[in-house]
Design a protein around this ligand. Structure first.
Ligand SMILES: Cc1ncc(COP(=O)(O)O)c(C=O)c1O
Length: 404
């Protein structure tokens, strides 16, 4: 690597002049938060996903928390979460007082499958399992038709953690392409617009749902659990004076959070959503090139999904590497790639192996998750990468893994 070879991170945002102009306009406006950009962003998010409601909030984690609260999850309930995900998917369940049951994943995709969901249900014993939370890892969408059929049989609700899959599509019941987040086969879906994701708003996210009750609860819990709508008021003695609603009055039936997202971030989110199709198409092209270039390195380095459709919104490029066969540990390969200007990351340490969850289920063994975790490495993938950058990454992998 020469001194002016650019460093390729595993992910990064793409910001144009129109994004900067949109944020600047908000800075010059009256509302930095709780202003018109929030509703405009929500309208755009609803339109992009095809869901009836989109509720904007300040992270993908907040979106997940609002979704589980929207379902009314609480003490005595349980939710099934795949072991390979970011900790947030499981943690929000804990925050409601409900129990997490970890499902295993397919060893080659890292996804929860109908089989691993059924296995987790069988392990649930007497727990009252209310929800399944499939994660569309790296942008690859789970088998929603299969998961939905099991959910129907067992009376489960589904929250899709689509934090990696903004702008993607999936095969619906009749095989037709549907938008991720349309909630045709689930009750709610959650998205993150963290800068390493497909579109950026700094910190930000949203929940989609077609269920009015979930949407109402999510909106209320986003704002401290407060009701500002006169129809929701229950205490006329405080709400009314001489037959008129007091203009300052609000009510809080149960405590919520400040998960509001400022107009500044929503303005950025909206310009980014406007470019989503372009973002997804470029990522797809880069992944196609990765697939072609990595083919000669198979089976030591495996491309994640040869069968991915053009509608797959790839957030990550997680290849599977047989480190044992190469004879070098993953950390050494990552360090060697970094020395050549190539950033990589591991998505994810299986969540049931985190100390908090491990203490609760010390003997839980999930072989699919272990196998996936042992081999996965996320290579650079972001909108501004070029085909030449992909060539450089693959050539460098071949070199540091001694595969040339
Ligand atoms: C699968 C998954 N779910 C949820 C989140 C949380 O999103 P955020 O960082 O916006 O809170 C992340 C973030 O990386 C994620 O990868």
């Amino acid at each position: 690597m020469t001194d002016n070879t650019p460093f390729l991170p595993y992910g990064r945002q793409s910001i144009d002049d129109d994004d900067i102009a949109a944020v600047s306009a908000v800075l010059r406006s009256d509302f930095l938060t709780t202003g018109p950009e929030v509703a405009a962003f929500e309208d755009a998010a609803a339109q992009h996903t095809g869901a009836r409601h989109a509720i904007a909030c300040n992270s993908g984690t907040a979106a997940l928390h609002l979704a589980v609260m929207g379902l009314g999850l609480g003490p005595g309930d349980a939710a099934i979460v795949p072991a390979v995900t970011f900790v947030a998917t499981a943690n929000v369940v804990v925050h409601t007082g409900a129990t997490v049951i970890f499902a295993d994943v397919d060893p080659d995709t890292g996804l929860m499958t109908p089989e691993t969901l059924s296995d987790a249900l069988a392990r649930a014993g007497k727990l009252h399992v209310r929800a399944a939370m499939p994660v569309h890892l790296a942008g690859r969408v789970c088998d929603m038709v299969g998961l939905n059929a099991i959910a129907q049989d067992h009376g489960l609700q589904i929250i899709e953690d689509a934090c990696h899959a903004l702008g993607g599509t999936y095969a619906g019941t009749d095989g037709a392409e549907q938008n991720v987040g349309d909630c045709a086969l689930g009750d709610a879906a959650t998205f993150s617009l963290h800068p390493v994701k497909i579109a950026a708003m700094g910190e930000g996210g949203f929940v989609t749902t077609n269920d009015d009750a979930i949407a109402t609860t999510a909106r209320r819990m986003r704002d401290h659990g407060i009701v500002r709508n006169t129809e929701g008021f229950t205490q006329n003695d405080l709400a009314m004076t001489e037959g008129e609603t007091n203009p300052w009055y609000y009510e809080m039936p149960s405590p919520g959070f400040n998960y509001r997202v400022p107009d500044l971030a929503c303005a950025l989110g909206r310009t980014q959503l406007g470019k989503l199709d372009r973002f997804v198409a470029q990522r797809h092209q880069l992944m196609q090139h990765y697939k072609d270039r990595l083919a000669p390195l198979t089976p030591i380095v495996k491309f994640p999904a040869a069968d991915a459709t053009p509608g797959t919104a790839w957030h990550l490029c997680p290849v599977l590497i047989d480190f044992a066969e190469i004879g070098k540990p993953r950390g050494k390969i990552m360090a060697a790639l970094r020395a050549e200007g190539i950033g990589t990351q591991v998505h994810y340490i299986p969540v049931h192996r985190q100390p908090y969850y491990r203490a609760l289920s010390p003997d839980l063994g999930l072989p699919g998750a272990e196998s996936y975790y042992a081999r996965t490495l996320s290579l650079p993938l972001f909108y501004e990468m070029t085909i030449g950058d992909v060539d450089r990454v693959v050539d460098t992998i071949a070199k540091v893994c001694n595969l040339t």
